[in-house]
Ligand binder design. Sequence first.
Ligand code: KG4
Ligand code: ZN
Length: 340
Amino acid sequence: MRILGIETSCDESAVAVLDEQRGLLAHELWSQIDLHRAFGGVVPELASRDHLRRLLPLLRTALDSAGTRAADIEGVAYTAGPGLVGALLTGAALARALSFGWNVPAIGIHHLEGHLLAPMLELPTPPLPHIALLVSGGHTMLIEVRAVGDYRVLGQTRDDAAGEAFDKSAKLLGLPYPGGPELAQLAERGRPGRYSFPRPMLDRPGFEFSFSGLKTAVMQAVRAATPSEQMRADVAYAVQDAIVATLCAKALRVLEFTGHQALVVAGGVGANRELRARLTREAAAVGVQVYFPRLEFCTDNAAMIAVAGMYRLRAHEQTTGGIEVRARWPLEQLRPPGML
Ligand code: KG4
Ligand code: ZN
């Protein structure tokens, strides 16, 4: 089976071609970061318009670089939610039009299921069941992945996501959007022990996160000190340390609670080097193997949507009727492929 994947849930337009036997044949991506930078965040209307501009050229390039003719595509998978409704609609409309025109089935995919299945794109694939730590600009979740399509959310953030906490702190330090990677870079020159920020929810039982208090603490620290390059680096160090320590502690707590021996890290914050090093170290100490998907599969992409689509189309699932997308869509409403 050869599947086309389309992702447009936020500020990345992406198209991929996945072959059941030969693996990923192409994955093309256009990031809108430059478009939104001036506004310090994603502007939904601009995102939708840009998806419209980029999608067809991306589709042509993806088919060309996969060496595939449209006639060889046997199914189209697209992100149907959660995300920005206007942005989602651009991808959904294209996917459903292609499905109609090519006379092949289409399937609407849950964006987070895409993230959860991204590790299936590479060898070695993680064993099932396992725990996934999904950390992006919009989500901070600990999920028990029991099987494809069978997910249990064990903990999530009550307010800001981990990526959001990185980005908001970075903004307070005068770094450009999205500040996560820049803050991490600045933190490398920071000195430990100069600042200590709250490690939210660490002292409480359970698997929930809360990061909104962090930006207030950062704001107070920035205001109280004479700004200097070293002080900004010290603050960056303490911010990263607080976020990473919290993520690691809660992930380990969930692993201990469930007894699972594999942890998958997905989402853009999975790119953070300190998080990778610390999780790997702490997990190894308790006999847990950590899987980090390749960076391009960690952040938003269409290959992960194609993989999720492959599982579902193969089980003869398809989306018919009106073109519908969902801004919100609880992950636990999903069922294993073919069991709807
Ligand atoms: O998954 P993603 O690409 O997009 C969505 O949010 O869907 O994640 C982006 C988030 C941003 O908040 C960005 O600042 C953060 O991931 N991020 C990082 C790093 N690289 C990306 N945060 C900390 N350290 C990094 N190296
Ligand atoms: Zn995402």
